[in-house]
Ligand binder design. Sequence first.
Ligand code: HEM
Length: 184
Amino acid sequence: MFTASRNNNGGNGPRDNVPVPTIRLEGEDINEEDDKETPKSPFTPPTKKSIANTLFPAPNSIQRSLGERRKVVLKPGHSPLDWGALNRKTPKHILRGVPANTPPPQIIKISKDELKKHKVQHDCWTCINGKVFNITPYIDFHPGGVEEIMKCAGRDGTALFYKYHSWVNVDRMLENCMVGILGN
Ligand code: HEM
């Protein structure tokens, strides 16, 4: 007799305890073995509580340990994807906020006094892990809101940054906004 069965393991062999449906073609012989009642599913249906406990972020993640997520509504055109697009089409010196012929950020030293001068929304720098970034163009794109990101304006924001989101890749996100390296 022909039975078409398919495991739910991507076709790589049967999985333990998982019922496999049997499809019978019309007019074919019935084998008693096949006629047994389908075993009960080993899965219990999810409840609201179990869904809340299993969705992203994972229950034991850093995100959860911070309590309620505090994302804000961003202005239209300010999603993370829009930030990516802006980075692709904007010349780097504009994102860095420096003249076009400025040497690469890796060889520019910035003093703490200079960093302090850039602490307003239209001219805002911060330092994370020793790298100074011009965050002026990013402020409106920050998923945590303007008020939060402005707490690191004109100063070293490393501790605050890691307190809220150690998982965010700041070097990648702000790579085109890097002004220089923090000196003394
Ligand atoms: C300058 C560098 C910063 C960058 C590039 C940055 C980037 C981000 C990104 C990408 C997210 C979304 C995270 C996610 O969805 O998983 C986020 C959320 C957030 N950020 Fe920042 N951030 C910066 C600085 C800060 C600072 C200084 C603070 C606080 C004083 C802060 C507070 C927050 C908060 C509260 C959220 C929402 C967290 C959540 O989703 O639960 N951020 N930030």
